[in-house]
Design a protein around this ligand. Structure first.
Ligand SMILES: C[S@@+](CC[C@H](N)C(=O)[O-])C[C@H]1O[C@@H](n2cnc3c(N)ncnc32)[C@H](O)[C@@H]1O
Length: 321
């Protein structure tokens, strides 16, 4: 790998999300895949770097995919156990993958959830027929390129998410749904700085996510970027991560794996490794925001729960006719 390529690889992994989220939409780059029409909106300034990254990541990650079959996504707190290098068992898969580089349709389809921005329902069903094993298709949501921040309009960053056990206190920021979210809804791309193995080992942050058991994305520096990096842990989770390919680039998408109610907190399973040797004590987080006594919804919720409150009985003696 030449120096320039290495620099590119270390560029913000989240660029793809950033590119899509910018308001300044001047270009439409189509057909990154030869056989599938894909449209990506990028700003003028970022077009060149985007095209370069696209080619580079495409090559690099197809190779990774080939040997990362069945590996699960997990949150990585800091020093995770060293992952085995590409061993001889995998070398044939890796070689196969290099041969497949020009043909994205030969990816190991059972682990790849492809994301096709801008695809219509017809195109999606057509894709499903053509590519066996596609289990999840993300369609680029309208809010992604248009939003001022990349956070979905139906999500909100909450400053303090409480623990379920009130005495335990808070677990820091959290993400909440401000309207009902259907099962399967795409919630955002996990973006941040792509870390090398050395950088990862030297880092000491709780904001690194590792996926394909090889790639680590550090979201420490992000201020908003879709907010999915702020989702707190719960064993009783309502969203999951899914490795995906967006316009030929690998992304880590987060989606709702069940219906999420209005005012419900988003929760994700960081998995056991994250909590092993952690200084932070894992607690069960609140699933819903407690409403202020003065909140209008508090009163209407009470009325819903206790219908008798709707028409308060007047004390007093009935007048005789
Ligand atoms: C990826 S960050 C999530 C966002 C974080 N709350 C913040 O404000 O930046 C992970 C950190 O959140 C806290 N956290 C998340 N879920 C938790 C839980 N169930 N119990 C205790 N702490 C939790 C821990 O401090 C953990 O290291």
């Amino acid at each position: 790998m030449c120096h320039h390529e290495k620099k590119l690889a270390q560029a913000q992994y989240g660029l793809i999300a950033e590119v899509l989220a910018y308001n300044n939409l001047e270009y439409v780059v189509s057909s990154l895949h030869k056989s599938i029409p894909i449209h990506v909106y990028v700003s003028n300034r970022r077009l060149a770097v985007f095209q370069k990254l696209s080619r580079y990541f495409h090559k690099m990650f197809l190779r990774k995919l080939a040997f990362s079959h069945n590996e699960r996504t997990s949150m990585a707190r800091s020093k995770a156990p060293a992952h085995p290098p590409i061993d001889s068992d995998n070398s044939s898969a890796s070689a196969d993958a290099s041969e497949q580089l020009d043909d994205p349709m030969t990816l190991p389809q059972d682990v790849v959830h492809r994301i096709y921005p801008g695809a219509t329902d017809e195109e999606i069903s057509d894709l499903r027929k053509k590519c066996h094993g596609i289990t999840r298709v993300y369609v680029m949501p309208d809010w992604l390129p248009a939003a001022e921040s990349c956070c979905a309009p139906f999500l909100e960053v909450v400053k303090e998410q409480t623990a379920r056990d009130a005495e335990t206190g808070h677990v820091g920021r959290g993400m909440m749904a401000v309207q009902e979210v259907k099962e399967g809804t795409f919630l955002g791309v996990y973006c941040g700085q792509l870390l090398s193995e050395e950088e990862y080992l030297a880092s000491n942050t709780s904001m690194v996510i590792s996926f394909w058991n090889k790639v680590r994305v550090d979201s420490t520096e992000l201020s908003y970027a879709s907010g999915v990096h702020l989702i707190n842990h719960s064993d009783d989770y309502n969203c999951v991560c899914s490795e995906g390919v967006l316009c030929g680039l690998p992304v880590l998408g987060v989606y709702a794996n069940k219906r999420i109610e209005k005012d419900e907190f988003l929760r994700i399973d960081y998995q056991e490794d994250y909590w092993k040797d952690s200084e932070v004590k894992k607690v069960e987080v609140a699933h819903f925001r407690a409403l202020e006594m003065t909140d209008k919804r508090y009163i209407s919720n009470l009325k819903r729960m206790y219908p008798s409150l709707r028409q308060p009985q007047r004390a007093g003696i009935k007048k005789k006719k």
